[in-house]
Design a protein around this ligand. Structure first.
Ligand code: NDP
Ligand code: 8X3
Length: 254
């Protein structure tokens, strides 16, 4: 029986790479995000090239009603979700707290924290009914440390850290695994979004060292979900060789 994997934020970066890797390995993937054109081209690619199949759910994780409607729309062949990857998220802006833009704050908290909770709440009852499942939350080193101007993004990822620990406790009785993967810097569209479309500024975040890329994170998500049934990676912090933590990056390749 093929596994079914629901990935939020599959239109770009980590989520897109995760969808490709799981479908390549024979899993059926439910790919989600707000950009329907990207979801459609990823679905076409997966359905024509990979052994797993793709199904699209296009919704904004910030709307609880849209999340519920999307999950409710799944027919029986897609409702047995084995793995949920809570990946959709963003940083918006990089400002001192006293200069922060409250629209940026709302976006980060509503997406990274409330969105993750809404999707989880919609999917968990299916996993409880099955008596198994695996939730992988994409946190960040920003959920382990706080850096200058990171304020609200760091707070949102500290919330993911806390929610992951709490979910593991609450779901223990149901045999549902909960893993947090907390990456450092990886080159995706993340910094372009953080800097509101400023591509040059985004590039500078990765200058002088080799950051991780989306396929690195996909490999770790896949690894953590293919361990023996009795094992669960609780928390996995990962950076590239050039990064020690949020503060120390060896940019000597400038
Ligand atoms: P990208 O910007 O490349 O991808 C972000 C994904 O999230 C997109 O598919 C986007 O889809 C989706 N998304 C954003 N907002 C929403 C929303 N409101 N509703 C639904 N989907 C949404 O960034 P990454 O791949 O790098 O980021 C993925 C996750 O990894 C995020 O949670 C991020 O915080 C985390 N992370 C990233 C790191 C990095 O250095 N890149 C390091 C540590 C953690 P769409 O716009 O189509 O809705
Ligand atoms: C993304 C990594 O260092 O920008 O979560 O916080 S960082």
């Amino acid at each position: 029986m093929k596994k079914t994997v629901l990935i939020t934020g599959a239109t770009s970066g980590f989520g897109e790479a995760i969808a490709r890797l799981f479908s390549k390995n024979g899993c059926n993937v439910i790919i989600t995000g707000r950009r329907l054109d990207r979801l459609q081209s990823l679905k076409n690619e997966i359905n024509s090239q990979q052994s797993g199949k793709a199904h699209i759910l296009c919704f904004d994780v910030r709307s609880n009603q849209d999340v519920l409607d999307a999950i409710e729309s799944l027919d029986a062949s897609w409702r047995k979700i084995d793995v949920l990857v809570n990946n959709a998220g963003l940083a918006s802006g990089l400002d001192l707290v006293q200069n922060g833009n409250t629209e940026d704050w709302d976006k980060m908290i509503d997406t990274n924290v409330k969105g993750l909770l809404y999707v989880s709440k919609a999917v968990i009852p299916m996993m409880i009914e099955q008596g198994k499942g695996h939730i992988v939350n994409i946190g960040s080193t920003a959920g382990k440390e706080v850096y200058e101007k990171g304020n609200v993004y760091c707070a949102s990822k500290h919330a993911v850290d806390a929610i992951s620990k709490a979910m593991r406790i609450d779901l223990l009785q149901h045999g549902i695994k909960v893993t947090q993967i907390a990456p450092g810097a990886a080159e995706t569209e993340f910094s372009i979004v953080r800097f509101h479309g400023d591509v040059e500024r985004a590039k500078q975040a990765y200058s002088g060292y080799r950051p991780m890329d989306a396929t690195d994170i996909a490999e770790l998500v896949y690894y953590s979900t293919t361990l023996p049934a009795h094992l669960c990676i609780n928390d996995l912090v990962v950076t590239s060789l050039g990064q020690a933590n949020s503060f120390y990056i060896n940019r000597s390749q400038e």
